[in-house]
Write a protein that binds this ligand. Structure first.
Ligand code: PQQ
Length: 571
């Protein structure tokens, strides 16, 4: 999209959920810097009126700010030149029966802008185009069917004349796909599935490669038994990135269904995979499956950060990805070559290393959830199912060359059991409990990472997992939010804490920044929830409830309470 290509370079605006097509979450604004950030104060606040987990963050285009909320996915357009006055509000009518088929809270990761429209991906899978000026519906299309467990939480991305969305429902046997719709009409232009015959996955047996080798015919069914691929998961509920020169869109696919690995022998391609697709046609250029035959729910959907990275003295157009499985990957994004894969949390124990030639993890049998068969409880697996990092996006500063990563530091016990598939019913087949690694009390760390060498530069322990998206700025400040509700600012070079402020609720939103009337602002949504905060958000109390997350985060309710508010800061 020509407008977006220009607008993403204007640091005064924040025009797409992850800041720019490269998903760097970096701002060239430097009015707020490492010296003066200690003087930050609240400029204004805004309540969304919604209680559950608030992910993503506001967009800023010119004088307008667009704020979204979890189910029922209210969208507000605020006029920054009139003190944040509400210009329009869109409140979709959605069947509340979608709530019980959302795996990990009723979250939404944000709206997208393009061609004068705001695109909203609703919980019930409807993609709605709204006139950005008036909030009037231009078109609306259903991407899936919540009665089958298909839901929507991910942010759309606008590329040229297309708006792309992924889907959710890996815990319900939904098959994942990314779909491109015409921005003007809502007509489907292409859909690429995570598994199935080549016509579904949009793969060419000869031209589509994994680590330089052709994938072969129908690779999306060849590593599945029978028809299991039809309910095989690999949903695409994370973030997307785009390289306009290569015209490739990058994203990851999630866990294979069911969570019981005994029931689905084989590599389960292409779940847990990094994808590079042609943006116009959806054809797959290359793939890389990080966790073949997953046994732990390590969804591969986390953001793909596009940056120039030097590896072994050689410059690469790289893609950097912090996977749920605990490895930080650096790939050449032109060819899909694997350059670096190292643990970004020393606690990771399910694999010793990744073989850079074959791309395969070297697994540790003790932590296989399949080795003992069904109904065997495997203990002390690190990371837990929610990974060393989940949806919370990292940031990259071209100034320091470092990646700033909000992480989880959590381990688990995992017991698979046999489960039958019924459309629209949970298809999980495992019981879990989660806790910090032995000897540790912190459930998270905020780290700085060198993607050229695969090394942690510094690491700040956090009592709870850092479930909020980071922001790096040219002022050499890095911002992130905590589950207790603190907005924190740290020094980009040393990690030294420079500022903290307790917002009204736990933060799982992403920190964004913009300039208005010559002044730099920092904005973040608070509103505790998401998978880590599911106990509070959904009122669950049993340790193994919320897919095993409730027990680990029980103490959170002593620090914060529910409620969606945006807090905007200035000097
Ligand atoms: N959502 C969150 C969150 O917002 O905190 C965390 C998770 C999801 C997960 O850890 C998941 O595994 C997950 N899986 C799916 C899926 O498999 O379709 C969907 C979602 C979602 O849409 O929020 C999550």
């Amino acid at each position: 999209n020509d407008d977006l290509l220009k607008q993403q370079q204007d640091a005064k605006q924040w025009v797409m959920p992850l800041g720019n097509y490269s998903s760097q979450r970096y701002s060239a604004l430097d009015q707020i810097n490492a010296k003066n950030v200690k003087n930050l104060q609240v400029a204004w606040t805004f309540s969304t009126g919604v209680l559950r987990g608030h992910e993503g963050g506001p967009l800023v285009l010119g004088n307008m700010m667009y704020v979204h909320a979890p189910f029922p996915n209210t969208v507000f357009a605020l006029d920054l030149s009139k003190g944040g006055q509400i210009v329009w509000k869109y409140e979709p009518k959605q069947d509340p029966n979608v709530i019980p088929v959302m795996c990990c809270d009723t979250v939404n990761r944000g709206v997208a802008y393009g061609d004068g429209m705001i695109f909203l991906h609703q919980a019930d899978t409807n993609l709605v185009a709204l006139d950005a000026k008036t909030g009037k519906e231009v078109w609306k299309v259903a991407d899936g069917d919540p009665a089958k467990g298909e839901t929507g939480t991910s942010a759309p991305m606008v590329i040229k004349n297309l708006v792309l969305i992924g889907n959710s429902g890996g815990e319900f046997g939904v098959r994942g796909h990314v779909t491109a719709y015409d921005t003007k009409t809502g007509k489907m232009v292409w859909r690429g599935s995570s598994m199935g015959p080549d016509a579904d996955t949009l793969m060419d047996p000869e031209k589509t490669t994994e680590l330089g080798k052709p994938v072969g015919k129908d690779s999306g069914t060849a590593t599945w038994e029978g028809d299991q691929w039809k309910i095989g998961g690999g949903t695409t509920w994370g973030w997307m990135s785009y390289d306009p020169e290569l015209n490739l869109v990058y994203y990851g696919s999630g866990n294979p269904s069911t969570w019981n690995p005994v029931q689905r022998p084989g590599d389960n391609k292409w779940s847990m995979t990094i994808w590079a697709r042609d943006a116009d046609t959806g054809m797959t250029k290359w793939v890389y499956q990080m966790t073949p035959h997953d046994e732990w729910d390590y969804d591969g959907v986390n953001e793909m950060i596009l940056a120039d990275v030097k590896v072994g003295g050689k410059d690469h157009k790289a893609l950097v990805h912090f996977d749920r499985n605990g490895f930080g990957y650096t790939l050449d994004r032109v060819t899909g070559e694997l350059l670096v894969a190292e643990k970004y949390d020393p606690a990771v124990n399910w694999a010793t290393k990744i073989d850079l030639k074959t791309g395969k993890p070297e697994r540790v049998k003790e932590f296989s959830t399949e080795a003992g068969g069904e109904d065997t409880n495997t203990q002390n697996i690190c990371p837990a199912a929610l990974g060393s990092k989940d949806q919370q996006p990292a940031a990259y500063s071209p100034k320091t060359g470092l990646f700033y990563v909000p992480t989880n530091h959590v381990c688990m016990d995992y017991e698979p059991y046999k489960i039958a598939y019924t459309a629209g019913q949970p298809y999980v087949g495992a019981t879990l409990s989660m806790y910090p690694p032995k000897g540790d009390e912190n459930l998270g760390n905020f780290i700085a990472w060198d993607a050229g060498t695969g090394k942690i530069k510094w690491s700040l322990p956090e009592q709870f997992s850092v479930w909020s998206g980071a922001l790096a700025t040219a002022g050499d400040v890095v911002f992130y939010g905590t589950l207790e509700g603190y907005l924190k600012a740290v020094d980009a070079k040393s990690g030294k804490e420079l500022y903290r402020f307790k917002t009204p609720s736990g933060i799982i939103g992403n920190v964004n920044t913009y300039e208005h009337d010559g002044k730099q602002y920092v904005a973040v949504l608070s509103g505790v929830g998401g998978w880590a905060g599911i106990g509070m958000a959904a009122g669950l109390t049993g340790d193994q409830e919320g897919l095993g997350a409730v027990g680990a985060y029980k103490a959170l309710s002593s620090y914060t309470a529910l409620g969606g508010t945006m807090t905007v800061f200035k000097l």
